[in-house]
Design a protein around this ligand. Structure first.
Ligand code: FUC
Length: 348
């Protein structure tokens, strides 16, 4: 096991560092301290060939110019908040509007666009990168000085654990996730349409045309949203279900998880034999099928296109502040926010 550090770029008078964690089986995870972005994850296919399974760039300029949150931590609040506003204890908060008049993924300069302080921890059976960031009171419109800590831990069982922690000096809202775009084919050889996804989820949130939850919870039964016995991502692209159509022919939806920490999310690519099991303590996972991926740039030599990567964003429900029947994203003053998601990579 080892961690290799190198200079990735310079930004804002500071050095952006890339950290590569390499475990005893040869799995590698590369992360930069800008946005806690996971730029690369190398895992073996069924023949033991190591290839990259996430969308990412080799330069900071490309992230800043083209990246729709590739591999980044998004927050304070992942997903959309309608009209970029919410009310807390009688005060109306106005957030940065960065998505058709709505607030998306923390605003104009969210957690994905700042440099985090980094600590490196090496232990017997695992190693970790610990990132710290102080989000100041009023940043992007949110109340409270929020101290955030994100930890990525890689062990020798090819498990990558993502831990999020936060504490604020005022009542605020927190709902963070990692926005990695997965593609298990390896080095983007194919798109993700033949990936099979299995979800322990009976229900998903209905969205409006702006991709904001309407408040209605729909059953997955008899629809292309039923992933309970496994289903190809392709199905959503040919479905006439209005929910698939409004998501740009595919998926951009929060699924409510029936269980936690019990293999509730499983992504598999038959051709390479690579699989990913995701476990979380969060109530939902947003399946975003890369339906808005633009074609005006390349990703390490492969032209970007729709469905080239898909995101499985474990999180609380988007826009819960404006739908008080949803589990709350409110964090009390001095309360500790903590959440853990684990990615286990397999090959068979
Ligand atoms: C996802 C989606 C959004 C958006 C963004 C880049 O989280 O929910 O629709 O396109 O990522």
């Amino acid at each position: 096991m080892k961690i290799v550090q190198e200079q990735f770029a310079k930004f804002d008078g500071k050095i952006v560092t890339a950290y590569t964690m390499i475990n005893s089986r040869g799995m590698e995870v590369t992360t930069i301290d800008y946005g806690c972005i996971i730029t690369k994850i190398l895992v073996p296919d069924r023949d033991g060939t190591f290839e990259n399974v996430v969308l990412g760039f080799d330069t900071l300029e490309e992230y800043q110019k083209y990246s729709p949150y590739f591999g980044a931590i998004v927050g304070r609040h992942a997903g959309r908040i309608a009209n970029a506003e919410f009310e807390l204890d009688g005060i109306n908060y106005h957030l940065a509007k960065n998505n058709n008049g709505n607030h998306l993924h923390g605003g104009l300069v969210g957690f994905d666009k700042v440099i985090w302080d980094t600590e490196v921890i090496e232990e017997q059976e695992s190693m970790s990168l610990v990132f710290h960031y102080l989000s100041k009171d009023g940043e992007e419109g949110y109340p409270g000085n929020l101290k955030m800590k994100v930890t990525y831990t890689l062990n020798n069982q090819n498990e990558l654990q993502l831990t999020y922690e936060g504490i604020s000096d005022k009542k605020t809202v927190v709902n963070v996730t990692n926005h990695s775009y997965l593609n298990l084919s390896g080095n983007l050889k194919r798109d993700t349409l033949n990936h099979t996804l299995t979800l322990k989820s009976d229900q998903f949130l209905e969205l409006d045309e702006e991709l904001i939850p309407t408040g209605k919870i729909l059953a997955v039964e008899n629809s292309a949203f039923d992933f309970r016995s496994g289903r190809r991502i392709f199905d959503g692209t040919v479905s006439n279900d209005p929910q698939n159509v409004l998501a740009g022919k595919g998926y951009d939806h929060p699924f409510l998880l029936n269980v936690n920490n019990n293999k509730e999310i499983h992504l598999f690519d038959e051709e390479s034999g690579r699989g990913l099991i995701i476990e979380t303590d969060q109530p939902a996972v947003v399946l975003y099928a890369g339906t808005q991926l633009e074609e005006n740039f390349s990703i390490r030599g492969v032209k970007s296109k729709k469905y080239l990567g898909l995101c499985l964003e474990t999180q609380g429900l988007p826009d819960s502040l404006n739908h008080r029947q949803f589990p709350s994203a409110i964090l009390e003053k001095d309360e500790v926010y903590q959440s853990i998601t684990t990615y286990k990579f397999t090959n068979q």
